[in-house]
Design a protein around this ligand. Structure first.
Ligand code: ADP
Length: 531
């Protein structure tokens, strides 16, 4: 024990006081008013011994001020500062000072704190110096600081917005959160409630969530609409957790902009709805086609049975009477031939009709005049009538499909020259007019005409108004015309005066020729027209 205690304090044994001072973890030295060390405690002497400071009697008797003044190299600045502080205390005879300094050895890092205070004893002035090893404190502090720096760097670089909400106020917000909320700087954010940055309808649910988190609940992510500083809105997903912020509980909210996700979701919903619509449309179309095909096959079978029955009956007659009446047998053979021919026509027309039902008819710009002229030139039945079939000049282009249009006009023209009384020379006129960007084509004849009550039904399958011996046919032609026209987005109809003639009309969307554009205007048919 190197502590030097001159007198016993009243009521306190001097030995106990010495032991107490020796038991302190601080290195304590007492200087007199000249700066000379007059006493040191056990810790001081142990330190001097351990560090091999070369003090005799652990420094007792040495002038501490001189040691400070003469210090060289590393630590000399701190030593001189301590010297100045001690001199101040001696001069003012009152007060305290505290100096923190590092004193690292090659083996370890060390920090010390030196406290000096004035002490008066027996009318003499003493300075008590207490060195304290604050290394654990400094290391803990440094670790804490580094960990906080890492945490802050992480938050600042985070692609997620992070807001700390404490006692109903925003205590911290990272850059991403500030950019997301479009605030100018921290000042616009700090000390405001997070609820200020929500659309009114979302405030309650976020408040509820914050309360639940404060009560220790850990709710999953939720969505809300963020109200930005500029008044615009942005959808966000957020999650809240309870943390300690500067020693008090706080809510850390992590948020992200989900505009893109929302857009993708609504795109997906749109595509799904569109797909369902398309499926519904196609299913309806398919159902319609199946129904039509069912009706068609039933009617076809029914119509095929008539010539078949005729063939069977005439064959029976021939089998029975060919030897007795060869002339009659020959007549029956001719009838069998006619029935077979009719069956052939029925089958050919039926195949054409089913082709119209099954095939796709993509539309494009078609030069109608060229198409009709080509028809007239390639069918001998039309060429026979030469000048009696007149086609107007300068037919426009229409939005259609070549094979559908060929089916349509070949049937209309064939009927126009067929349904004419035998004594009358057929006269056909094909002309057109523009009706609100729809091209209406008229096929007019001077034939037998069609009664008013049949003007709709003739477009159905196997509807015939005349006896086959007067006007042969299958009753499928106009059904083909109607179906073909409808498949390419057109319409068909007829006007007529019985005994004088008929005027069939078909309408298609007008279309400009390919490569020719209307100045400053799109095609009236928008997407459907590819011209
Ligand atoms: P088809 O010509 O094979 O008889 P369509 O389906 O072409 O069958 O015509 C159905 C019916 O409509 C015809 O049988 C006929 O009675 C009537 N028809 C069609 N075109 C004309 C026309 N230009 N003039 C008078 N009647 C017509």
């Amino acid at each position: 024990m190197k502590a030097v205690i001159q007198d016993e304090s009243p009521g306190y044994p001097a030995d106990l006081l010495k032991e107490t001072i020796d038991a302190l973890p601080d290195h304590i030295a007492v200087l007199n008013s000249e700066g000379r060390i007059v006493a040191v405690n056990k810790r001081w002497s142990k330190f001097a011994q351990k560090e091999n400071l070369g003090y005799e009697h652990y420094g007792v008797g040495q002038n501490y001020l001189e040691v400070c003044d003469k210090a060289q190299g590393f630590g000399s600045e701190i030593a001189r500062l301590v010297g100045r502080k001690i001199r101040e205390l001696i001069f003012t005879q009152r007060g305290t000072f505290r100096v923190e300094y590092d004193c690292h050895s090659p083996r370890e890092e060390r920090w010390f704190q030196l406290c000096g205070s004035v002490c008066h004893y027996n009318n003499a002035l003493f300075i008590v110096l207490a060195h304290q090893n604050i290394t654990p404190l400094m290391i803990a502090e440094r670790r804490l600081r580094e960990s906080e720096e890492r945490y802050r760097a992480l938050l600042e670089l985070s692609p997620f917005g992070v807001i700390v909400h404490q006692e109903e106020r925003i205590a911290y917000a990272n850059g991403t959160a500030m950019r997301l909320a479009r605030v100018e700087g921290e000042a616009d954010f700090m000390n405001r409630e997070i609820y200020d940055f929500l659309v009114p309808t979302d405030k309650e649910q976020v408040q509820d969530k914050v309360q639940r988190v404060l009560l220790g609940d850990r709710p999953g992510p939720s969505e809300a609409i963020l109200l930005r500083a500029d008044g615009s809105e942005v959808p966000i997903e957020f999650q809240a957790v309870l943390i300690q912020w500067r020693g008090r509980p706080a809510i850390q909210v992590i948020l992200q902009d989900i505009t893109e996700r929302k857009r993708q979701q609504s795109d997906m919903l749109w595509h799904k709805a569109k797909l369902e619509e398309t499926i519904e449309e196609r299913t309806a179309k398919l159902r319609e086609t199946v129904e039509e095909l069912e009706h068609f096959s039933y009617a076809l079978i029914h119509d095929l049975r008539a010539p078949l029955r005729a063939i069977t009956s005439y064959s029976d007659f021939i089998a029975l009477e060919s030897s007795t009446d060869p002339a009659r047998a020959h007549e029956y053979l001719l009838k069998i031939q006619q029935s077979a021919l009719r069956m052939d026509h029925l089958i050919t027309d039926a195949l054409n009709y089913s082709k119209i039902l099954r095939h796709e008819f993509p539309t494009q710009a078609v030069p109608l005049g060229t198409l009709i002229q080509g028809l007239l030139e390639s069918y001998p039945e039309f060429q026979r009538h030469g000048e009696n079939i007149k086609v107007a000049k300068d037919f426009p282009w229409v939005l259609g499909n070549e094979s559908a249009l060929t089916e349509c006009f070949s049937n209309l023209l064939r009927n126009a020259i067929k349904f004419v009384p035998p004594e009358r020379e057929p006269k056909v006129v094909v002309r057109w007019e523009n009706r609100n960007d729809m091209i209406r084509v008229w096929v007019e004849d001077n034939g037998i005409g069609i009664p008013r009550e049949s003007r709709e039904s003739i477009f159905s399958m196997f509807q015939r108004l005349n006896k086959p011996e007067d006007y042969p046919g299958t009753g499928i032609g106009l059904a083909i015309v109607k179906k073909a026209v409808e498949r390419i987005g057109g319409r068909v109809g007829v006007e007529s005066e019985v005994g004088k003639g008929s005027r069939f009309w078909v309408e298609f969307p007008a279309c400009r020729p390919p490569g020719r554009k209307r100045p400053n205007s799109a095609c009236v048919h928008g997407k459907r027209c590819i011209a």
